[in-house]
Design a protein around this ligand. Structure first.
Ligand SMILES: O=C(CO)COP(=O)(O)O
Length: 252
């Protein structure tokens, strides 16, 4: 049975007071509601230890928004897999489109980061997705296939089963232009099929693939009902409990 997951990517939002408040609200919500999915958050890295203190019984998974491709050393501003393991973080987002767009991240970088995360027992959430230009040119299937192969296909079968993939079409992120359930399902099934071609269907059926890109309370249920969609990676709607909890309840 694949993990069903709703993960919130807070991006660069909230001061420490507002972050603490939302985490405490989330804890209270989780402790008082039965949820049919795992709930994870990726707050700014400054708040990771606070999150681990608040979610001391691991009620909610705690992820960084990025991590270094290096083990340690002179890489100012970066965070290593070893540091994340040392604070008992759950894992890290890897390859988010905003890291690719603003920091030149490639799938080769992602390949190294995913391996480092797995070697430290962290869950990598590997993000991929095509741009609007690529979709308009009909290149989206090839682009996502290539991204997935470069980033993940040096892994063993046992390793890739531990990876969570987040398909986030760049044209849907922060735009309110959500992919239709059918558009998302097409790519999710495509990703699963290329994993099956290399590792076998049994392995592919164990990989959780999340959708991200303008998931909101009013569209989450239909998106999550698709056979190859195992949950969502949520941006803007993760910043308020009222919206994030309604997306979690889309699995009820
Ligand atoms: O980038 C995203 C999650 O990582 C999606 O952001 P939005 O939900 O704000 O479109």
């Amino acid at each position: 049975m694949r993990r069903k997951i709703v993960a919130g990517n807070w991006k660069m939002n909230k001061n420490v007071i507002d972050a603490q408040q939302l985490m405490i609200q989330l804890l209270s919500y989780k402790n008082n509601h039965a949820t049919n999915c795992e709930v994870w958050i990726a707050p700014p890295s400054l708040y990771l230890m606070m999150a681990k203190d608040i979610f001391e019984k691991d009620e909610i998974g705690v992820f960084s928004q990025d991590m270094s491709e290096h083990e340690s050393g002179a890489y100012t501003g970066e965070i290593s897999a070893d540091m994340l393991e040392s604070i008992d973080a759950t894992g890290s987002l890897i390859g988010h489109s905003e890291r690719r767009q603003y920091h030149g991240e490639t799938d080769s970088h992602c390949n190294r980061k995913v391996k480092l995360a797995l070697d430290k027992g962290l869950i990598p959430i590997y993000c991929n997705g095509e741009t609007l230009e690529q979709r308009k040119a009909g290149q989206h299937l090839e682009v996502v296939k290539n991204q997935t192969e470069v980033a993940l296909f040096t892994l063993s079968a046992e390793e890739i089963k531990k990876v969570v993939i987040a398909y986030e079409p760049v044209w849907a992120i922060g735009t309110g232009e959500t992919a239709t359930p059918e558009q998302a399902q097409e790519i999710h099934a495509h990703i699963r099929s290329i994993i099956a071609a290399k590792y076998g269907q049994e392995v592919a059926d164990e990989v959780s693939i999340l959708y991200g890109g303008s998931v909101k309370p009013d569209n989450a249920k239909e998106i999550f009902s698709q056979p190859d969609i195992d949950g969502g990676l949520i941006g803007g709607a993760a910043l308020k409990l009222e919206d994030f909890s309604k997306i979690i309840e889309a699995f009820n």
